[in-house]
Design a protein. Sequence first.
Length: 214
Amino acid sequence: MRRRSRPQYPFGALHYGVVIAFASWVEETLLQFQLPVHGPDGTAYAARACGAQMADGLWHGWLEFEPVDDGEPIRSQRETTQPNRTDTEYWASGLTPVYLEGALRRALDGPLRIPSVVVRPPSYRTPAPSAVVEPSGGDGHIRSVLDPFSVYAKSEALLRSQLRALAAWHLVNIVAEYGLSDEPIETLNAVPRATLIETIVQGVRTRSTVSRSR
């Protein structure tokens, strides 16, 4: 049987071992780099590229650094995702000393630490109103831009049409000036426009009906 020749790489040699015959998901040393990598403090590390198959069939690769003068090895986060073992080996073979130095610094810094956020309940039950009604007359009384009773006397459809053309704060002014609701101004400011329109129409309709019956 012809023995497979071992390819040559500029920064190390591929490690072939019995792990090749193992089942999926077994981590492997794909490439042991022959030149040491130095950390910011001058410590020398022996570097190796590692990989393993993931549950979805893809391979991920990472780097491990072991102090030359003995010490606890450290590892990087995932450095690559490849479709198979061959492509992961190819990725490892192209790593340069500059890349390894950067990966070592990242490994020394450790994973990104994200502070936990305490989720607090809302302080309010509704959003802030888009407008706040303030008295517009010199005597401190609210003045509306439309007399709903005179418009309703022509037709309810006309009243609805004109009310739909007004901003919410105009509608609140009408409700407040003509006493069409017992709710305070602060509450009316948070009421949707459609509800304000119905409040005005129903209030005007009820009073107009009572007036005609007298």
